[in-house]
Design a protein around this ligand. Structure first.
Ligand code: GLN
Length: 304
């Protein structure tokens, strides 16, 4: 007899759900449906309504392996190797942070800015620092066909994942991956800069939930002793990589040109604002996340 005899879907899902619940995993039912549906190529709804579908021995073995990984705290989307972000299906890899719904708010804040620049100039260039899967820049490029951009990352693995994601989404022509530590290897100027940099204080990392601590790449989480290293690095050099602000006919300066949008930790609004203000930027937008924490700040170059 096979080690994993065939079964029916509803039994397989109920079994995984019971194991997840017993292990203290919150939302055990949702996670079981997501994981098993993902492995079998079914939506959560299909898993729900197609409970009598037969799951063969081969799929039973794959499911058993995936359930064991989840019980070892590996997040569902990492097991599946994919996650949806702003409606795009993105591949994940070892050195990419798993895109989070909160980061979609950064996309939402920057889209109107990008659209206004495109309306004025006909095109726009975007730089995403620490692009990981490419989530932020690819979401922006997918919405604004006149935009092109660079996603930078210090990790070769992340860059090849971002590039594959760009190609899979038919954005390969408008996306360029550049290996760089923040601005070190970046050339030229951009209309907007976006980033979800590492912002967790080094001493807090050991206290994170194992799903994050043990499976998201440390380089994408660790923001140094006070969590702010990346913002200082970005703010101190950003002006050299943003388009020069050209006065309009009435002598005023375009409001959006030279905007920079960053994701921040829940308690970093004041400190990050000060870092950018000290570098000559003005806060133009602040957005709270679904948990009502400060999560996104947008700055623009102050004065001419
Ligand atoms: N939002 C991530 C978390 O909650 C942190 C990502 C980051 O440091 N940029 O773990």
């Amino acid at each position: 007899m096979s080690q994993h005899p065939a079964s029916v879907l509803k039994t397989v899902v109920a079994d995984a759900r019971a194991q997840f619940a017993a292990a203290g995993i919150a939302d055990a039912a949702i996670e079981a449906r997501l994981l098993i549906g993902g492995l079998l190529g079914l939506s959560s709804t299909e898993v729900f309504v197609d409970g009598d579908r037969v799951v063969d021995a081969l799929d039973m073995a794959r499911i058993a392996d995936a359930v064991a990984r989840r019980l070892g705290h590996e997040p569902v989307h990492r097991i599946l190797g994919m996650r949806a972000f702003h409606g795009l299906d993105l591949l994940l890899s070892k050195e990419t942070l798993e895109p989070r719904p909160d980061t979609e708010l950064l996309v939402e804040c920057m889209l109107p800015v990008l659209r206004r620049i495109v309306a004025e100039k006909g095109h726009a260039r975007v730089l995403d620092l620490g692009t990981g899967t490419g989530a932020i820049i690819l979401a922006l490029l997918s919405e604004v066909p006149q935009a092109t951009g660079v996603g930078s990352d210090i990790s070769e693995d992340a860059l090849s994942t971002a590039t594959r994601n760009a190609q899979r989404l038919d954005l390969g022509e408008r996306f360029q991956g550049v290996r760089s530590h923040w601005f070190d290897a970046i050339d030229g100027r951009f209309d907007i800069i976006v980033s979800n940099p590492p912002y967790i204080r080094s001493d807090v990392i050991p206290e994170l939930e194992p799903e994050v601590r043990d499976f998201d790449p440390p380089a994408a989480l660790d923001g140094g002793p006070d969590g702010l290293d990346a913002y200082r690095a970005i703010a101190s050099q950003a002006e050299h990589f943003l388009e020069l602000r050209v006065p309009q006919e009435d002598g005023s300066f375009p409001k959006d040109e030279g905007s920079i949008g960053v994701e921040i930790g829940f308690d970093q609004r004041d400190t990050v604002t000060r870092i950018f203000e000290d570098a000559g930027f003005i806060l133009t937008q602040a957005r709270r996340d679904y948990g009502d924490n400060d999560r996104v700040l947008v700055f623009t170059r102050g004065g001419p």
